[in-house]
Design a protein around this ligand. Structure first.
Ligand code: C2E
Ligand code: CA
Ligand code: CA
Ligand code: CA
Length: 401
């Protein structure tokens, strides 16, 4: 049974012993103390609802204090495994914070004990060993925390910018649209790759203001593209901008309202905007289908980005209408060296065709890859072979060639 009863004055565990369980107090009072006999010092008195004994379990170290029942107690026993599982599944950053506070807590216990006992010298806080500081992940996590605060400034200080990479009709070679890609030029770090900072932003809510910024600026730039095309008498209703929408951004309850407000503010047509979302949004399937439906009904096209790399169930393709499949560049890069990649790409294009969906191939770097994709019936291509992502003015100039 996972209930333990303790009699008044009964010892629950002693300092220095191995920690194998924690307790939740249902009724009664428990004293936490260090030292023994006359030298013991009370650290805390805990009552119903309190948890104790969890510290040693979290980082597998001996009890740093003793516990005894002050009155008859009824406690729920929490196993080490129950706690360890939760800790392991939490983010490395949270684990680091926990180990730091544990370390401080332990150092404090040792200090209190030394204070009360003339035979023990006071420990020097500077030389107590910090187990967490030895962990390999420690530096990486500190880097992430610093990067995150720099990134907060980046949004405020306008250090972000968008570059545009053309998408071409593989049959005619004409540019049909551009994908907006985010760049961050950090004053201290130089340029930081989107993989690094967008992943981090997605782990925090920072992706939300960033997402708003991206929507706002890509709609403003869409106006520039339109004016440029009109100036050349080439106004094209089918010209589009693809905007990457992160999972968290797409899952905001008011994402659709924000999107509409943004397009209205800039006076741009929904028809000229493609939203690139990844399969991961389907982890929350009902919600994703509902949001995609709303966007499509308002005229936005929805492309499935990085197709084939994410949540690999095709169920959603049956239940949810989308407008386009974008085959991940990892397949394209192996297209000419791996028969298996070729078979997979060919099959994706066939599935899409039968579903009536156009396909986009990204990451095309060689004429051979382009030829293979063309022969398989892929509709649209994007990649360094045609152009790198470019600042707006250079992207506009590309339309003049
Ligand atoms: P993605 O959406 O799959 O974007 C395509 C990435 O492939 C871009 O990298 C692009 O520069 C790169 N690329 C294009 N052609 C080639 C090629 O021929 N060869 C190679 N090796 N790479 C090519 P980028 O700009 O570094 O962006 C990386 C990822 O960061 C994007 O992958 C996307 O997931 C994310 N990202 C970029 N901008 C945004 C944004 O505005 N919002 C959100 N939510 N995510 C973004
Ligand atoms: Ca994309
Ligand atoms: Ca992609
Ligand atoms: Ca990608």
């Amino acid at each position: 049974c996972n209930i333990r009863l303790f009699a008044e004055s009964e010892t629950i565990f002693t300092e220095g012993s191995a920690a194998d369980k924690a307790y939740i107090i249902e009724s009664g009072y428990v004293e936490i103390f260090v030292g023994s006999g006359h030298d013991s010092i009370q650290l805390n008195v805990l009552g119903p609802g309190d948890i104790f004994g969890e510290m040693g379990i979290i980082d597998a170290s001996p009890r740093s204090a003793s516990a005894k029942a002050l009155s008859p107690c009824r406690c729920i026993v929490v196993s080490a495994a129950q706690i360890a599982e939760r800790i392991e599944s939490s983010s490395p950053m949270v684990r680091l914070f926990i180990s730091m506070s544990l370390h401080r807590n332990r150092a404090y216990n040792t200090y209190i004990k030394a204070l009360s006992n003339p035979h023990i010298g006071l420990p020097s806080p500077a030389i107590t060993e910090k187990a967490y500081a030895r962990s390999q992940q420690h530096q990486q996590i500190l880097d992430d925390i610093k990067l995150e605060s720099d990134l907060q400034n980046a949004v405020r200080n306008d250090e972000l910018s968008l570059v545009y990479q053309p998408l071409l009709n593989l049959t005619t070679g004409a540019i049909v649209g551009f994908e907006a890609l985010l760049r961050w030029q950090c004053p201290q770090r130089g340029s930081v790759t989107p993989q690094r900072f967008i992943t981090l932003a997605e782990e925090t809510s920072l992706i939300l203001p960033m997402g708003d910024w991206i929507l706002d600026h890509s709609c403003a730039d869409l106006c520039r593209f339109q004016r440029h095309l009109e100036g050349r008498d080439q106004s094209r209703a089918d010209f589009f901008i693809s905007i990457n929408i992160s999972v968290r951004q797409f899952q905001q309850p008011d994402f659709f309202e924000r999107l509409i407000a943004c397009t209205q503010r800039h006076g741009v047509d929904a028809q000229q905007i493609k939203l690139e979302v990844t399969e991961r949004i389907f982890l929350n399937e009902a919600e994703a289908i509902n949001s995609i439906g709303k966007c499509r009904a308002a005229g936005f096209e929805v492309s499935l980005d990085d197709f084939g790399t994410g949540y690999s169930s095709l169920n959603y393709l049956e239940r949810c209408e989308i407008d386009c499949l974008k085959i991940d560049q990892s397949f394209i890069q192996k297209l000419c060296s791996s028969d298996r990649a070729k078979i997979l790409v060919g099959s994706i294009i066939d599935i899409a065709r039968q579903l009536g969906l156009p396909t986009v191939a990204e990451g095309i770097e060689t004429p051979a890859q382009m030829a293979a994709l063309k022969s398989m019936g892929c509709d649209i291509g994007q990649g360094f072979l045609f152009s790198r992502p470019l600042p707006l003015n250079e992207a506009l100039a590309l339309l003049d060639q």
